[in-house]
Design a protein around this ligand. Structure first.
Ligand code: HEC
Ligand code: HEC
Ligand code: HEC
Ligand code: HEC
Ligand code: HEC
Ligand code: HEC
Ligand code: HEC
Length: 298
């Protein structure tokens, strides 16, 4: 900035302070290109910044501006700044760590951003800064779950807080066995048809079937000890087709291995919990008879 620009900017800022009590949007002057024009140069501009309402977050310290040190300070802690206008964001009884800590600016730029929702990084990467473990699962996964791969963790998680653990938009069971009820899988059924877990005989609701005998129903829809989705699927990604995990927690530190070999109209599963099984949608195998004995609680 040359001297002329600095003087000009100084003039605007001083006059804007002076004009604050008048019904003019004097704060617009902070945004002239020579001073803070860069704050509105990005694709998504925060409404109060666009309106020139700098004073909703910044106040003068009385020190010389520009040029002097610390001419402005924030009117409060970041969280209090933001909740002046967005108190709904912190309404959940169970807040996400960084939100609880009041660090809205970890994820949001208060002025403007190239990403929707004023995010400080594009899509999922805003989450990966703190959740590298999930990033590694996704990077190494052979099969990808579409909403995860598309970069929107918040299709399923509320980034601010949720009554449903862990920060989920709807209920999803924590244990490995539950008695079946549609609302137990509310999260999955917001996008997937619950019919795949309800019709015992079907030629279309699911591909996990032997002939028309529905194997999703067999495993999941049980009065007690129904398996939950994570007994087989990795929701963030998995190293076998169809999001099938290669191991799931067993007893103590023992992991139950799963090997899933897809064929043309079905697959063979080698698992720790029963003998290898092959299902075939076109030419049903004889697994049905054995299933009755293996899954005797039905
Ligand atoms: C919604 C609240 C809010 C509004 C409105 C706002 N700011 Fe800020 N501003 C902040 C916060 C918070 C920081 C501190 C950013 C940080 O340290 O991460 C900041 C930092 C700054 C900085 C320091 C450098 C930088 O870019 O981070 C400047 C300059 C600035 N704001 C100018 C302005 C101007 C000019 C306006 C009005 C056009 C304005 N701000 C409106 C919240 C706001
Ligand atoms: C961990 C990252 C993260 C933190 C921390 C965070 N947010 Fe967000 N916020 C997001 C994401 C991601 C979205 C987009 C969510 C969506 O599209 O459903 C969002 C959306 C929003 C929105 C617009 C949509 C809506 O729900 O109204 C507002 C307003 C908002 N956040 C305010 C805040 C405030 C205020 C804080 C601090 C109290 C905060 N955020 C802290 C990640 C975060
Ligand atoms: C003076 C009131 C005010 C303050 C203070 C304020 N906001 Fe906003 N914010 C708005 C308005 C108005 C909108 C646009 C309407 C809406 O979406 O609610 C908005 C929108 C947003 C959005 C959605 C942007 C988009 O277009 O995708 C986010 C994210 C957001 N604010 C975050 C914050 C954060 C973080 C802070 C604190 C640094 C903050 N806001 C402080 C008024 C405010
Ligand atoms: C600044 C660091 C930070 C960022 C960025 C961040 N998180 Fe978190 N996250 C945490 C901390 C710390 C916890 C643990 C405290 C808690 O349970 O809230 C956590 C917990 C979680 C949990 C609950 C884990 C559990 O086992 O209960 C989920 C889910 C989660 N984050 C998702 C996200 C998503 C989605 C994003 C991106 C929108 C994100 N996080 C961005 C720090 C972060
Ligand atoms: C399709 C829905 C969905 C999407 C999209 C999704 N998650 Fe999750 N996430 C879940 C479910 C369900 C759980 C609970 C897992 C369980 O109980 O095994 C979970 C658990 C978590 C946890 C807790 C720790 C763990 O590993 O179980 C974190 C952290 C997390 N997710 C972060 C993320 C991040 C970051 C993204 C984006 C890259 C993301 N999630 C996208 C559904 C989703
Ligand atoms: C936000 C929407 C959404 C949510 C929520 C969601 N999914 Fe998905 N899922 C998709 C989409 C889109 C696809 C790809 C198209 C399809 O197969 O329906 C998919 C595909 C799948 C697949 C097949 C993967 C493949 O390789 O063919 C499985 C398994 C799956 N989801 C399991 C789950 C489970 C378990 C949950 C709940 C924890 C869940 N999904 C929640 C959107 C979602
Ligand atoms: C016993 C293991 C197992 C359990 C438990 C399980 N699935 Fe699956 N699922 C599979 C297999 C195997 C396939 C692949 C079928 C094929 O394409 O041959 C599959 C396929 C899918 C698909 C792709 C579409 C389809 O039906 O063919 C979705 C979506 C899906 N499962 C969602 C879920 C959800 C949601 C849950 C929990 C409510 C769940 N699964 C529980 C084994 C399981």
């Amino acid at each position: 900035m040359d001297i002329k620009q600095a003087l000009l900017c100084g003039f605007f800022v001083l006059s804007s302070l002076f004009l604050q009590s008048f019904p003019v949007s004097a704060q617009d002057n902070c945004l002239i290109s020579a001073c803070h024009g860069n704050l509105t140069a990005k694709a998504v501009v925060h409404s109060p910044v666009e309106e020139g309402e700098c004073a909703s977050c910044h106040q003068s310290t009385g020190a010389k501006h520009p040029g002097g040190k610390a001419g402005f300070r924030l009117v409060g802690h970041v969280k209090d700044l933001c909740t002046q206008c967005h108190d709904d964001i912190v309404a959940s009884p169970k807040l996400h760590g960084p939100v609880k800590a009041g660090r809205c600016n970890y994820c949001h730029n208060p002025h403007s951003s190239d990403s929707a929702n004023l995010l400080t990084a594009k899509d999922n990467t805003v989450c990966f800064r703190c959740h590298g473990g999930i990033e590694r699962i996704i990077a190494s996964a052979k099969s990808q779950h579409q909403p995860v791969a598309e970069g929107n963790c918040w299709d399923c998680h509320n980034p601010h807080g949720s009554e449903f653990k862990p920060l989920l938009r709807s209920f999803y069971p924590r244990p490995f066995y539950v008695s079946f009820a549609e609302e137990n899988f509310g999260l999955c059924f917001t996008c997937h048809d619950a019919g795949a877990f309800v019709y015992e005989r079907t030629s279309e609701a699911t591909n996990f079937r032997n002939g028309d005998y529905n194997l999703h129903v067999l495993h999941v829809n049980r009065p007690k000890k129904g398996r939950v989705c994570k007994s087989c699927h990795g929701v963030h990604g998995a190293d076998q087709d169809k999001l099938i995990l290669s191991a799931i927690p067993g007893f103590g530190s023992w992991e139950i291995p799963i090997q899933f070999d897809p064929g043309t109209a079905g697959a063979t599963c080698y698992v720790g919990c029963h003998k290898p099984k092959t299902y075939d949608r076109l030419r049903p195998t004889d697994i049905l008879r054995e299933q009755k004995t293996v899954h005797s609680d039905r």
